[in-house]
Design a protein around this ligand. Structure first.
Ligand code: ATP
Ligand code: MG
Ligand code: MG
Length: 558
């Protein structure tokens, strides 16, 4: 198979394959740390790594590897949610599920190898002292007084670190590289630290844990990964990645690392730390709140895996940081839902309309298509009777110019039914409109346009009052009021002050009765309103709850 479109990563891989590197195999991995839920940014990385594996099948595979080297922040809940999310996106790791913690013994052995080669040493300095002696971008760091310990002493101390003889922070193992390197990551980086903490998989077996920068390249090599693809912030870690691959002997694979720009989206934040804050501070109703940019949040909002995959392909891969418009993501969601969402009638802000010339106590059923975009979805019966609801937005007592819907004395078409004329506006003592009294014209049924009759410009939707169901509807909007809450808040600023107070409005809507059988987790277009998703968590049999997934279009329609 040949890749569909060649971005710089795919070009590089295609060149490797045609040169026969690794026997033409492409082995990638998606390596999340189980310290939070995945977000839409991770989806970009998942679509890339698993996508490459599909493009190069059968000479390929993609591993799901949990980078679980920091026991204090990691939880089984996150491990489970990550697997669910990757599957939901439509990818399959098969038998290739791994944990960096499974390599703790091997990684320990590699550290001993480095000690024996004189390439690692135990440092007794405190983490603060180590930080202070690292130097600056313009000045080299200073050597630790413990830098020249013998291999024998280092081996003994490292074994005693493992045995639990020392407290947290009392000692670390450092790689012995170059304290004058222009790359700060090469100034004798810490590769092991003491942490007396319970690990979600290894329990209390270990009290020393490898640092990410040490565990990651070696885990890649252990799994014979060929291409280790990560985001730009790791570019400065690449020399250390290569140093480890080159200096540790007996590695099964020789991976190399390349970086691409992470996904940044407007009107949201995308770091697990910040998302965790929103959850822990109760600012969101959990990780799967439909306003969250998490995979579980957008799934519950009604985004589809196909839309996310198409979006990922469309944004492509670049070497430079960029900001992607939320609008673009919504565009792909809308495009997919247009094909698959069943249409129903719902009135979000009802005004009652009485059809004064429609016989009292009578009703009829109109046949309407479930999805005009897809005939195979069939038709359904929609009841109509003397009293109906229309949306308050579809009536203007004092119409602005260009308003083509219902106005006093004006005429509008009720979709799939007939035309009505507003004869009278009824108000309560405070002057609020309580009812519109209209007459209908039987000659205009089924879209008929009798000759010589004045033209009717507007068409609106409606529901029969006697048949309508009252249903809870959640209107979701942008999570933040500014495009880049991170940037606007600055490093120490508080991004939560830009949370959109209108990001959730809960209303009771009047909906056609067929909706009561809606299966939780199904997609709908409320005609002329927006796309909605029957909430998989809060919907009850016969009592669905709807989340607004996305507007029909961007901007306002007059
Ligand atoms: P965050 O910085 O959002 O907390 P992370 O990078 O710490 O996330 P990891 O679990 O370490 O999260 O990431 C797993 C993989 O996903 C890494 O390869 C990382 O580069 C990639 N990734 C994370 N965020 C993005 C993003 N916004 N766009 C593309 N890839 C991302
Ligand atoms: Mg991380
Ligand atoms: Mg990160």
């Amino acid at each position: 198979a040949t890749p569909a479109s060649l971005d710089f990563i795919r070009e590089m891989i295609a060149a490797d394959v045609s040169a026969g590197r690794n026997g033409g195999q492409v082995v990638t991995r998606f390596p999340p740390e189980p310290n939070g839920y995945l977000h839409i940014g991770h989806a970009k990385s998942i679509c890339l790594n698993f996508g490459l594996s599909q493009e190069y099948a059968p000479n390929s595979r993609c591993h799901l590897r949990f980078d679980d080297t920091n026991p204090t922040k990691e939880e089984v809940e996150y491990v489970d949610s990550i697997q669910e999310d990757v599957k939901w996106l439509g990818f399959d790791w098969g038998t290739n599920l791994f944990y960096a913690s499974d390599y703790f013994e091997k990684l320990y052995g590699f550290a001993i190898q480095l000690i024996e080669k004189g390439l690692a040493y135990v440092d007794d300095q405190t983490p603060e002292q180590i930080r202070e002696t690292r130097g600056t971008l313009t000045a080299p760091g200073t050597h630790s007084p413990f830098r020249d310990r013998s291999a024998a002493e280092n081996k003994d101390l490292f074994a005693r670190m493992r045995a639990g003889e020392f407290k947290n922070g009392e000692k670390v193992l450092r790689a012995k590289i170059d304290m004058a390197s222009p790359n700060m990551n090469m100034r004798d980086p810490i590769i092991y630290r003491i942490m007396h903490a319970h690990h979600h998989r290894t329990g209390d077996a270990w009290c020393i844990y490898p640092m990410y920068d040490y565990a990651h390249p070696l885990s890649d090599a252990i799994e014979s990964i060929t291409h280790s693809l990560c985001t730009l912030e790791f570019e400065h870690h690449r020399p250390l990645y290569e140093w480890l691959i080159n200096n540790v002997d007996g590695l099964p694979g020789q991976p190399y690392q390349r970086e691409f720009a992470r996904l940044n989206l407007t009107y949201t934040v995308m770091s697990k730390r910040k998302l965790l804050r929103l959850v822990k501070d109760g600012l969101m109703n959990g990780w799967d709140d439909p306003r969250m940019p998490t995979i579980s949040g957008i799934r519950r909002r009604g985004y589809t895996p196909a839309a996310i995959r198409t979006f990922s392909k469309a944004i492509g891969l670049t070497k430079y940081p960029s900001l992607t418009e939320l609008n673009l993501l919504e565009h792909y969601v809308r495009e997919d839902l247009n094909k698959i969402a069943r249409r129903v009638y719902a009135v979000l802000r009802p005004i009652k309309v009485v059809l004064t010339n429609y016989p009292e106590g009578q009703s009829e059923n109109l046949e309407v298509p479930n999805n005009p975009e897809n005939e195979a979805d069939g038709k359904r019966q929609v009841p109509l009777s003397r009293e109906i609801y229309i949306d308050a937005d579809d009536f203007m007592e004092n119409p602005i110019q260009g308003f083509h819907r219902l106005v006093p004395g004006g005429e509008v078409r009720l979709k799939y039914a007939f035309c009505i004329i507003c004869q009278e506006v009824i108000k309560d003592a405070e002057g609020n409109i309580t009812e519109l009294r209209c007459t209908y014209d039987d000659a205009t049924r089924h879209g008929a346009k009798p000759v010589g009759r004045p033209k009717v410009k507007g068409t609106i939707h409606w529901v029969s009052a006697a048949h309508a169901a009252d249903v809870e509807v959640r209107l979701y909007d942008k999570l933040f009021t500014v495009e880049q809450p991170d940037e606007e808040a600055g490093e120490d600023g508080d991004f939560t002050k830009f949370l959109n107070p209108g990001s959730l409005e809960t209303i009771t809507a009047k909906i056609e009765p067929s909706i009561l059988e809606a299966q939780p987790g199904s997609h709908f277009q409320f005609e002329r309103v927006a796309y909605f998703f029957a909430d998989p968590k809060d919907s009850q049999p016969g009592k669905p709850v709807f989340n607004r997934t996305v507007q029909l279009k961007d901007g306002f329609v007059v």
